[in-house]
Design a protein around this ligand. Structure first.
Ligand code: MN3
Length: 246
C-alpha cells in the first residue's frame, strides 16, 4: 500500500513541476493551478501535459469484500485507462483539424472529447472517494448536508435512489454549485449527460456494469447497498471545503 501512496505522491509532484516549467515562474504558476486544496484538486495530466491516470491510493484488493480485486484492477487498468487514451486521441484529432483546416470530423472529436474526458474526470474522483476505512461525514460538510437535505439519512436515501435509477450506464453524483451555494444530487448518463453547468462533483458512484459485474453481475442494487461501507467521506469533506472556497 505504501508503494501505491508513493507512486501517487510522485504523480502529484510531477504535475506541480509542470506548473513550474510554463515560464510563469513556479510560484505564480502554482498559485494559479493549485489555488487552495492541493490534495483534492484532481490531477488529470502527466508531466508531458497528456491525460494520465493518477496511481490508486490503495491496492486492488483493498476494497474487498465490497468490490473484488479483479473488478478494481480491470476497472482501473482497462476501463478508466481507455477513457484516458481516447481523450488524448480526441485532442490529437483536434490539433490535426486545426493544423489542416479540415473540420469534417469535428462532431466526432468533440463528442469523443466530452465523453472520454468526462470519464477520466469522474473516475479520478471515484477512486479517491473510496477507501478501505470508511468514516461518516462530519464538520462543515455534515452541516451543509443537514441544511440542504434535512439529514444525512435523507441524502443517503436520495443518492441511493437516484444512483439506482440511472438509465443504463452512468453515475450518481453529489455536487456543490457555487452559484447557489447548495449541494445537489444528480444523475449522470454515460459520463457527460444530465449534468448542471458549474457543478463541482464531490462524491460520484459509478454504476456502469463494469464497476460491479464480476461479483454482483446484474445486481446493481446490491452493489449500491454495499458502497457506503467503503465511502471516503473525509475526501468528500475536503472536496467540499475546497469547493466552497472557490
Ligand atoms: Mn467506470
Amino acid at each position: 500500500m505504501d508503494l501505491h501512496m508513493n507512486t501517487r505522491r510522485k504523480f502529484l509532484q510531477d504535475t506541480v513541476i509542470v506548473a513550474g516549467t510554463l515560464g510563469l515562474g513556479s510560484r505564480m504558476a502554482e498559485a494559479q493551478i493549485m489555488p487552495r486544496s492541493v490534495a483534492y484538486l484532481d490531477k488529470l495530466t502527466d508531466a508531458s501535459g497528456k491525460y494520465a491516470q493518477a496511481p490508486l491510493a490503495f491496492a486492488y484488493n483493498a476494497l474487498e469484500p465490497v468490490i473484488d480485486a479483479k473488478t478494481v484492477e480491470l476497472h482501473y487498468t482497462a476501463h478508466h485507462k481507455g477513457y484516458v487514451t481516447n481523450a488524448n486521441k480526441a485532442e490529437e484529432g483536434l490539433v490535426k483539424a486545426r493544423e489542416t483546416g479540415d473540420y469534417a470530423l469535428i462532431k466526432h472529436y468533440e463528442k469523443e472529447l466530452a465523453f472520454n474526458l468526462s470519464g477520466h474526470i469522474l473516475h479520478s474522483i471515484y477512486w479517491t472517494n473510496l477507501t478501505p476505512k470508511s468514516v461518516e461525514p462530519s464538520g462543515a460538510l455534515l452541516t451543509a448536508i443537514n441544511r440542504d437535505f434535512g439529514s444525512l439519512n435523507n441524502l443517503k436515501a436520495q443518492m441511493g435512489s437516484a444512483t439506482l435509477a440511472v438509465e443504463a450506464s452512468g453515475w450518481g453524483v453529489l455536487g456543490y454549485l457555487p452559484a447557489t451555494g447548495k449541494l445537489l444530487v444528480l444523475q449522470c448518463e454515460n459520463h457527460q449527460k444530465l449534468s448542471v453547468w458549474g457543478i463541482i462533483p464531490l462524491l460520484v458512484i459509478d454504476v456502469w456494469e463494469h464497476a460491479y459485474y464480476l461479483n454482483y453481475q446484474n445486481r446493481r442494487a446490491d452493489y449500491i447497498a454495499n458502497i457506503p461501507k467503503i465511502l471516503n467521506w473525509e475526501n468528500v469533506a475536503a472536496r467540499y471545503e475546497a469547493a466552497v472556497a472557490v
